[in-house]
Design a protein around this ligand. Structure first.
Ligand SMILES: Nc1ncnc2c1ncn2[C@@H]1O[C@H](COP(=O)(O)OP(=O)(O)OP(=O)(O)O)[C@@H](O)[C@H]1O
Length: 224
């Protein structure tokens, strides 16, 4: 469960979010809106990467202002650019990196890495240099490295921007099967078409909120 209570965010003298209130119990929530409407800031609030100037954000029952470290352990965050997230030389090492930091035994790490790579269609690339993967494969690797930690919530900021149609569909398929709550900021409207709920932001406010047909319809009209 994610809850925004009258959240205002002011950055560099600008009101980026202006009174956002929403309770989000749904499993898959999309966020759309024009460039600069505050979507990334909203996403970053969920794991405490951004903090409200006033109002509050509660995630997994905790206030993000007071429990940032604990919330970050429970909230996986996927950035648009996978290069920002890939930290180790090979594909398998990248997935293993965060598991090792958790102090898991070597054999347990190897088992989980193997399973995770297979789930994301990357098992044939385990020993390849991560930076030699295609953009789409890198995005899948970044997602795999986040999900191997089994977060309670996955937040994605424009996860399909760099992907071709096939890889976008693959990511959509992966999201469909995840048991976790997913919040996806995206300009990729087909990705959100079967989400449970979509929020439309405009100039830092939620201006539409509902099922994908209704909310995306509103967004399309706004952008005419
Ligand atoms: N750290 C910051 N300092 C000053 N202004 C900021 C900062 N971060 C974001 N902004 C401004 O806040 C506004 C909203 O930014 P945000 O990235 O949340 O929008 P967005 O809806 O995700 O946009 P896009 O679709 O282009 O990614 C923008 O005008 C941006 O320039």
């Amino acid at each position: 469960m994610i809850e925004f209570a009258d959240v205002h965010v002011r950055l560099g003298g600008r009101d980026v979010l202006r009174g956002v209130t929403a309770r989000l119990p749904e499993r898959r929530v999309g966020v759309v809106g024009a460039n600069g409407s505050g979507k990334s800031t909203l996403a970053r609030l969920i794991n405490g990467l951004a903090l409200p100037t006033s109002g509050g954000v509660t995630v997994l029952g905790l206030d993000t202002r007071r429990h940032a470290a604990k919330i970050r352990r429970g909230v996986g965050f996927l950035f648009t650019d996978p290069d920002a997230q890939i930290v180790m030389p090979t594909v398998a090492e990248d997935v293993a990196f965060s598991l090792r930091r958790k102090g898991l035994e070597r054999e347990e790490v190897a088992r989980r890495v193997h399973e995770a790579l297979a789930a994301y269609g990357l098992d044939g690339h385990a020993d390849h240099p991560a930076h030699h993967l295609s953009g789409g494969q890198k995005q899948l690797l970044a997602l795999c490295s986040v999900m191997v930690l089994q977060p309670d919530i996955l937040v994605m900021d424009e996860p399909t921007t760099l992907l071709d149609l096939r890889h976008s569909r693959q990511v959509a398929e992966v999201l469909r099967g995840l048991p976790q709550q997913v919040v996806a900021v995206s300009h990729d409207l087909p990705l959100l078409a079967d989400f449970d709920r979509v929020l439309v932001l405009d100039e830092g406010r939620i201006v539409a909120d509902g099922g994908p047909d209704e909310a995306i319809g509103h967004y399309r009209k706004m952008m005419r």
